[in-house]
Design a protein around this ligand. Structure first.
Ligand SMILES: Nc1ncnc2c1ncn2[C@@H]1O[C@H](COP(=O)(O)OP(=O)(O)OP(=O)(O)O)[C@@H](O)[C@H]1O
Length: 250
């Protein structure tokens, strides 16, 4: 479980996060949603230590992250898998080398052990036998799956996914969402997904944190989201005519 408590973050006089508190449980898919500029990425960055909150605490299973020294933070980072926006694969490396990268950096495993882990992760994302391909030879959906394989290579306790569906067609987006959900449930990871995608919200949103102008406006599940009367949330989630029409059916 990851907990954030009373997080404030400003850039100059731009107050980006104001008093954000939330609990992200293990084994369920936690989503952070909100309009562009609402502070989602900044919150994610505060959680993984890429930004320092001005106030507030971030804890990983009761381990207070914000006040840890550098060495302790590295230990937590080894427990974190990240799926970056746009996959962020190394273009000059093969699929196998990309997935092996964290294992080379953080473990003392033998070449055989690492290869076994790479093949296990590739099988898990249904991409067996793509070891020797380069990112340029993959479709967008395949790249995301390689990104997921790399993110789970270290067997993470915590999985962060930043806009996992960006640039994907609706059908492939659902495949990626389902994969993230399955992995979360299978390995009991604490998974946090930053997304704009309303299909993801309705499809895999076990817990949803809605940010609006840097504040927490609502939290709940995809089953509850259609039954709230918070205007800002309704305007955001059910903005399109299609979603408005579908709302009553949820
Ligand atoms: N390093 C930074 N320096 C200054 N301002 C920043 C920095 N990072 C973010 N901001 C500002 O913080 C605000 C929130 O940005 P953030 O990227 O967290 O929003 P977001 O909800 O993730 O948006 P999007 O959905 O467009 O990615 C924006 O006004 C942005 O300009």
């Amino acid at each position: 479980m990851i907990e954030v408590k009373d997080i404030d973050k400003s850039f100059g006089d731009n107050d980006v996060l104001m008093g954000i508190s939330a609990k992200f449980e293990a084994g369920v898919t936690n989503l952070i949603i909100g309009a562009s500029g609402s502070g989602k990425s900044t919150l994610l960055k505060c959680m993984v230590g890429l930004q320092k909150p001005d106030n507030g605490l971030v804890s990983y299973d009761e381990r207070e992250f914000t006040t840890m020294d550098y060495g302790e933070r590295i230990d937590i980072r080894k427990e974190i898998g990240m799926l970056f926006q746009g996959s962020a694969l190394f273009d000059s490396m093969t699929v196998e080398e990309n997935i092996m990268f964290p294992l080379n950096m953080f473990t003392e495993q033998s070449k055989e052990e690492k290869l076994e882990r790479v093949n296990f992760c590739l099988k898990r994302v249904n991409l067996e036998n793509t070891n020797k391909l380069f990112p340029a030879e993959l479709s967008g959906g395949m790249m995301k799956r390689v990104g997921i394989a790399r993110a789970i290579s270290m067997n993470p306790k915590y999985l962060f996914c930043d806009e996992p569906n960006s640039g994907l067609d609706p059908k492939t987006s659902i495949v990626i969402d389902e994969l993230i959900k399955e992995i979360t449930e299978e390995y009991k990871t604490t998974t946090i997904v930053v997304t704009h995608d309303m299909n993801s919200v309705m499809g895999i949103g076990d817990y949803i944190l809605f940010l609006h102008e840097g504040k927490k406006f609502w939290e709940g599940s995809n089953k509850e989201i259609a039954h709230t009367d918070i205007k800002e949330l309704n305007d955001f989630v059910f903005a399109s005519r299609f979603m408005k029409a579908a709302k009553d059916k949820f």
